[in-house]
Design a protein around this ligand. Structure first.
Ligand SMILES: NC(=O)c1ccc[n+]([C@@H]2O[C@H](COP(=O)([O-])OP(=O)(O)OC[C@H]3O[C@@H](n4cnc5c(N)ncnc54)[C@H](OP(=O)(O)O)[C@@H]3O)[C@@H](O)[C@H]2O)c1
Length: 256
């Protein structure tokens, strides 16, 4: 498929957490579907390399280093998207952090703050300037990354469960509030997917790998592209009647 025939042909999309894992996979999937992308994360070397790769494949791609914990950074990232690409049609608010699970009553405030500030405040900081930009052009589509941990209490750390449930709530309220303005807002709830976060966890706790894979009926881990495909579909006009939804992309993990 050429870029011009893709489901995101000509759309300008901002992707956070684009320096690795699901976000980097999304950069490849979105550009393959014809989107012009603005990639956002903190590690500039990763973003630079990825943008170079995408441009070599003929895509229109640029990057902005920013911390989603900072409202000012995300305003700057959205403004840079408008300055560079002229508009904002789609956003994949995907940046996230995880911490090791310890019993809830022993967990310290540092872990809570990191998770809530990245995974909830981060989405909050993205939504406001993105919606502001989309209102000026008559609409758009936003996808937030929740998790199966946003639907059920999985075996991960308590603040992560709380944060990913909060992402589902933010998604619903934004969907309701901005439906009259032709902005769709959805979330994806990935199950176990290959990424730095997950590989690092398995390196430290090898016994977890088989157990985690067995948590889904498909008995495997997703490739990050399989998660990114769902985000691309939700950002595209093919999902025109879908808003406020949280789509499990989990190999069936939340069905049993
Ligand atoms: N992999 C899974 O099994 C799984 C399952 C369910 C949900 N998720 C969710 O999927 C999303 C992507 O995670 P991943 O699995 O792809 O892990 P990953 O490879 O570790 O990617 C995390 C991304 O978030 C970025 N990030 C973290 N903190 C940030 C901050 N303060 N400001 C800006 N960017 C920040 C990182 O970039 P920099 O470090 O360069 O800033 C990186 O690009 C997360 O929201 C995660 O919770 C993952």
């Amino acid at each position: 498929m050429t870029q011009h025939q893709g489901s995101l042909a000509g759309k300008v999309a901002l992707i956070t957490g684009a320096s690795s894992g699901i976000g980097a996979a999304a950069a490849r999937v979105f550009t393959r579907e014809g989107a012009h992308v603005m990639l956002v994360a903190r590690r500039e070397d990763r973003l630079q390399t990825l943008v170079k790769e995408l441009r070599a494949d003929g895509a229109q791609a640029s990057y902005c280093t920013a911390d989603v914990q900072s409202a000012a950074d995300m305003r700057r990232a959205v403004q840079q998207t408008l300055d560079t690409h002229g508009r904002l049609d789609a956003a994949f608010n995907n940046a996230g952090a995880a911490v090791e699970k310890t019993p809830l009553h022993l967990m310290d405030d540092t872990a809570y703050d990191l998770i809530m500030d990245t995974n909830v405040r981060g989405v909050w900081n993205c939504l406001r300037p993105e919606i502001g930009a989309m209102l000026t052009t008559g609409g758009g589509a936003i996808v937030n990354t929740s998790s199966v941990a946003g639907l059920v209490a999985t075996s991960v750390a308590a603040p992560y469960i709380a944060a990913k449930h909060a992402v589902v709530g933010l998604t619903k309220v934004a969907a309701v509030e901005y439906a009259p303005h032709h902005i769709r807002v959805n979330a994806i709830a990935p199950g176990l997917a290959r990424s730095e976060m997950v590989e690092d966890w398995f390196t430290r706790f090898p016994a977890q790998e088989a157990k985690s894979k067995a948590s889904s009926p498909q008995n495997r881990m997703a490739e990050p592209e399989e998660i990114a495909e769902a985000a691309a579909w939700l950002c595209s006009d093919r999902a025109s009647f879908v808003t406020g939804a949280t789509l499990p992309v989990d190999g069936g993990a939340t069905t049993w």
